[in-house]
Design a protein around this ligand. Structure first.
Ligand code: NI
Length: 179
């Protein structure tokens, strides 16, 4: 099988992170390979979730380290380590919100507390094209909400207010490009 082109992490500020990702029309082997490659990058940088735009792929695809999240939340471990989410649609979110500090692989060294819905109910396609409905809370919900935002061209510092946002962006601009 042919190798997909080498993917690399996109760092803010980058216009790719602010564009809307398109729906996947056909779930091919290439999509699954891209998701596997994303899992490797996520692991390399100690992340728990990664969305297509973060590796320069403007498609509605997300990889989530469900096992690490379950460990963190002290809930039953999932059958498979990774959750592969394609074309997610939010069915509903809870009115209740919660606060937690967040980071993002595209915004290294930046951590801020973000308010998000406590629970989320979504439907999506897995890498086999099967429709899945998922009710999530805790860190899993937060992570899914954060990654779905990436597909909409949104990053977490969009929630923190203009001053903190400006501070984060100036900090990122001073960083040396990562190889
Ligand atoms: Ni992120």
């Amino acid at each position: 099988m042919e190798n997909t082109k080498k993917l690399t992490l996109v760092i803010e500020p980058d216009p790719i992170l602010h564009q809307i990702a398109t729906k996947v029309e056909n779930i091919t082997d290439e999509i699954d390979e891209t998701l596997n490659e994303m899992a490797k990058i996520m692991e390399q940088f100690d992340g728990i979730g990664l969305a297509g735009p973060q590796v320069g792929v403007q498609k509605q695809i997300i990889i989530i380290d469900a096992e690490t999240i379950a460990r963190e939340d002290k809930v039953e471990l999932p059958k498979e380590r990774y959750l592969k989410i394609i074309n997610p649609e939010i069915i509903s979110v809870s009115k209740e919100t919660c606060l937690k500090e967040e980071g993002c692989l595209s915004l290294p060294t930046i951590y801020y507390t973000v308010e998000r819905p406590e629970k989320i109910y979504i439907k999506y396609l897995n890498e086999k094209g099967k429709e899945i409905k998922l009710d999530a809370d805790g860190l899993l919900a937060r992570c899914i909400e954060h990654e779905i935002d990436h597909l909409k061209g949104k990053v977490f510092i969009d929630y923190v207010g203009p001053l903190k946002r400006k501070l984060a962006l100036s900090k990122l601009k001073k960083m040396k490009p990562r190889k």
